[in-house]
Design a protein around this ligand. Structure first.
Ligand code: ADP
Ligand code: MG
Length: 340
């Protein structure tokens, strides 16, 4: 066969394979966009585990009619200056919306704050219509229907509706913890699954949000961790060893405010508790790491959930040392140490 260039739709579908793994990935991308747009309020609704419908409404900056085609075009972003090492927003790759539009039926309806009217654009399995004027509230509404209808092979890999619904809820919770001042609601089917009021600025707001997301019992059974080493800051709430879970799903980690799933962080938490917890029990924890953006790479994977630290040993040592110190200060010591 001769060599030929892939069509835009094929390119976007291939990219979607990496960025959009399941409904929860769509929710993550859309909520991050709403946060990058400065939203104070974000409403997420899903039906059929997100495979039938995902709708995200925000009260952020909005998108002007002439920019809507760019918003759904590949590699177009309003978030990057000229330096990929200087990333302050959650998004920066300009891939999410074109990827979603290639594998689903996407509608974006938006009105720029202060503008008199709104507009909308549609991308249906890669084919574009609009933009055209449309009634819209200030802010942006993004609606995604029939996810993966254009890529049936991916659709086959979806777990049941319940599993997808709970993955969506987990995603919203993880992001919501990093943005306590933003109001979040999540409805799935007919049920309200999350209703998180906007919290005050500062540490109390953070604690209030954590209590709502991880439960007031966690808040009552948590120790504070504050530490700093060679420019890396750690602020965390960790559960005492009598308050544990059967899996590590209730451990939330953030790097410079970005939710991450990092094996090294998870391993460091496990190591810190190794002497005070049985192997099959897991602490509940929320860890916030802050460091110079130049010392961490968030551009490891299109979904941006993985990070690579310039000095992983430093981060690991900081987490283990700080957690152990908090446990020790609370008088929690390994059962064996009393005998020795
Ligand atoms: P990225 O977030 O990496 O820039 P996306 O494909 O997610 O890429 O979005 C493309 C662009 O569309 C964004 O850079 C932004 O300018 C605009 N955009 C997307 N969602 C919103 C939103 N909810 N509010 C305002 N602008 C948005
Ligand atoms: Mg984005």
């Amino acid at each position: 066969m001769p060599i030929r260039q892939l069509t835009d739709t094929m390119i976007n579908q291939i990219a979607a394979g990496e960025v959009i793994e399941r409904p929860a990935s769509v929710v993550k991308e859309l909520v991050e966009n709403a946060l990058d747009a400065g939203a104070g309020r974000i409403e997420v609704a899903t039906a059929g585990g997100g495979l039938n419908l995902i709708r995200v409404i925000d009260d952020g900056s909005g998108i002007a009619e002439d920019e809507l085609p760019l918003a759904v075009a590949r590699h177009c972003t309003s978030k990057l200056s000229n330096d990929i090492h200087d990333i302050r927003s959650l998004g920066f790759r300009g891939e999410a919306l074109p990827s979603i539009g290639a594998v689903a039926r996407l509608v974006i309806r938006s009105r720029v704050r202060g503008a008199g009217s709104g507009s909308e654009i549609r991308v249906d399995g890669g084919s574009l219509s609009g933009p055209q004027p449309a009634p819209a509230n200030p802010g942006t509404m993004v609606e995604v229907r029939d996810l993966f209808f254009a890529t049936p092979a991916r659709l086959k890999f979806m777990k049941g509706e319940r599993a997808e619904t709970s993955a969506v809820a987990d995603t919203v919770k993880r992001i919501a913890v990093a943005f306590p001042q933003v109001r979040f609601t999540l409805t799935g089917g007919e049920r309200t699954r999350l209703d998180l009021p906007a919290e005050a600025q500062g540490p109390d707001g953070m604690l209030g949000r954590l209590a709502r997301v991880l439960g007031s019992e966690f808040a009552e059974n948590a120790l504070a961790v504050e530490a700093e080493r060679e420019g890396v800051g750690l602020s965390a709430r960790i559960s005492i060893p009598s308050f544990t879970r059967a899996n590590a799903l209730h451990q939330y980690a953030y790097v410079n405010g970005r939710p991450v799933r990092d094996r090294q962080v998870a391993a460091a938490i496990r190591a810190a508790y190794a002497d005070v917890l049985p192997r099959d029990r897991h602490a509940v924890a929320a860890l916030f790491l802050t460091l110079d953006p130049a010392l961490v790479d968030v551009n490891v994977h299109p979904a941006k959930a993985d990070v690579r630290f310039r000095d992983p040993g430093l981060v690991r040592g900081l987490i283990i040392g700080a957690i152990r110190q908090s446990l020790a200060e609370a008088g929690i010591r390994p059962a064996t140490s009393a005998a020795s």
